[in-house]
Design a protein around this ligand. Structure first.
Ligand code: 5GP
Length: 180
């Protein structure tokens, strides 16, 4: 496994500091409000689990599963819901919790979808952001760490289903995906 990793881009300590900071901001901003965290699977589950434990306010949570890149490192631009949430978000504040914003296509689709469900607000919290890759305009209200245009793995992010368990955010050795 180590041979496939090029290097560490963001260390677990830096990620931890950012998660704590975001937790404080979100707790303050949603104080006294009915908040539902919606984790975007699969990649968002590690961040969601860390983030929710840094919140000092009561929150509800659910998970939504959308299509990913499959075994490729390129976005197809097609978003497909594989598993929807079970709870009703009408009259509640929704915070979509993502692993990474890349082209922005997934979150644009999800934001629009959730707005049709009668929430009080729909905002986005992402662990990582690649702003240079954006194809559509999308407001990211809570962003952990901006990263350069590199394909990353670890901290919930995969390549061909693997490496989600790496505690640091790493870059994938190009030799791995050059084989595609
Ligand atoms: P977007 O729709 O913004 O292009 O892509 C969002 C999704 O693409 C993320 O939730 C993630 O699953 C996947 N993605 C984008 N960039 C990367 C990356 O660098 N590494 C991995 N593993 N997945 C990525």
């Amino acid at each position: 496994m180590q041979n496939d990793i090029e290097g560490i881009l963001v260390s677990r300590d830096t990620i931890r500091e950012k998660v704590i900071e975001l937790g404080k901001r979100i707790s303050k901003d949603y104080e006294g409000k009915d908040l539902v965290l919606v984790g975007v699977l699969k990649g968002g589950f590690v961040f969601l689990a860390d983030l929710m434990r840094e919140l000092s306010i009561p929150v509800d949570m659910d998970l939504i599963s959308v299509s990913s890149y499959g075994a490729s490192t390129k976005s197809s631009g097609v978003v497909r819901i594989i598993k929807d949430i079970d709870i009703n978000v009408a009259n509640k504040h929704v915070l979509l919790v993502e692993d990474i914003v890349d082209t922005g296509l997934t979150l644009k689709y999800l934001k629009e979808l959730f707005y049709t469900r009668g929430p009080l607000s729909v905002k986005v919290c992402t662990a990582f952001d690649k702003p240079s890759r954006r194809k559509v305009e999308i407001e990211v209200e809570y962003c952990g760490i901006e990263i350069p245009d590199k394909f990353v793995i670890g901290y919930g992010l995969d390549y061909a289903g693997k490496y989600r368990n790496l505690p640091d955010l790493c870059t994938l050795s190009p030799k791995v995906y050059m084989k595609e």
